[in-house]
Design a protein around this ligand. Structure first.
Ligand code: DAT
Ligand code: MG
Length: 150
């Protein structure tokens, strides 16, 4: 099993899309093992998006992600990182396929509703930025035998 970091960004929370995002994750068979609502402080935002520090959109990205509460999650399941990236869709919602979260609910790259880790290294880094190991739960979901072959 693999873990990824998933976040509903301030626009997603403000637009009432938290339940929609969570329900897609749950219906897919993925397991939410940690979750919190928080207002991201500037320092955490700059760490989270550190790889984009030198990009022209960095300051607007930081303003956006710190502009209101977000819902941060750790999601576990088979190929969770790749599966969630496919479920959220292309970074620019204008290019995101219908059926993806961005392709169904967003139009602009600066208001793209969700974040999901793009690699195992990012997932590990992002999970540890937002969660203590003690906040990550271990439990079985009913019906797992119908999601996984064995
Ligand atoms: P993703 O969020 O799909 O992982 P990313 O890591 O390349 O995409 O970029 C992080 C965020 O930065 C992205 O969700 C929105 C913003 N962003 C990326 N490219 C951008 C661009 N060309 N112009 C404006 N904002 C951009
Ligand atoms: Mg990214």
């Amino acid at each position: 099993m693999e873990r990824s970091f998933l976040m509903v960004k301030p626009d997603g929370v403000a637009r009432g899309l938290v339940g929609e995002v969570i329900s897609r994750v749950e219906r897919r068979g993925l397991k939410i093992v940690a979750m919190k609502m928080l207002r991201i402080e500037r320092k955490l935002a700059e760490q989270h998006y550190g790889e984009h520090r030198d990009k022209p959109f960095f300051s607007s990205l930081i303003s956006y992600i710190t502009s209101g509460p977000v819902v941060a999650m750790v999601v576990e399941g088979k190929d969770a990182i790749k599966v969630l990236r496919t479920m959220i869709g292309a970074t620019n919602p204008g290019e995101a396929a219908p059926g993806t979260i961005r392709g169904d609910f967003a139009l602009e790259v600066g208001r793209n509703v969700v974040h999901a880790s793009d690699s195992p290294a990012s997932a590990e880094r992002e999970i540890s930025l937002f969660f203590d190991e003690s906040e990550i739960m271990s439990y079985s979901r009913a019906g797992e035998e119908w999601v996984y072959e064995e």
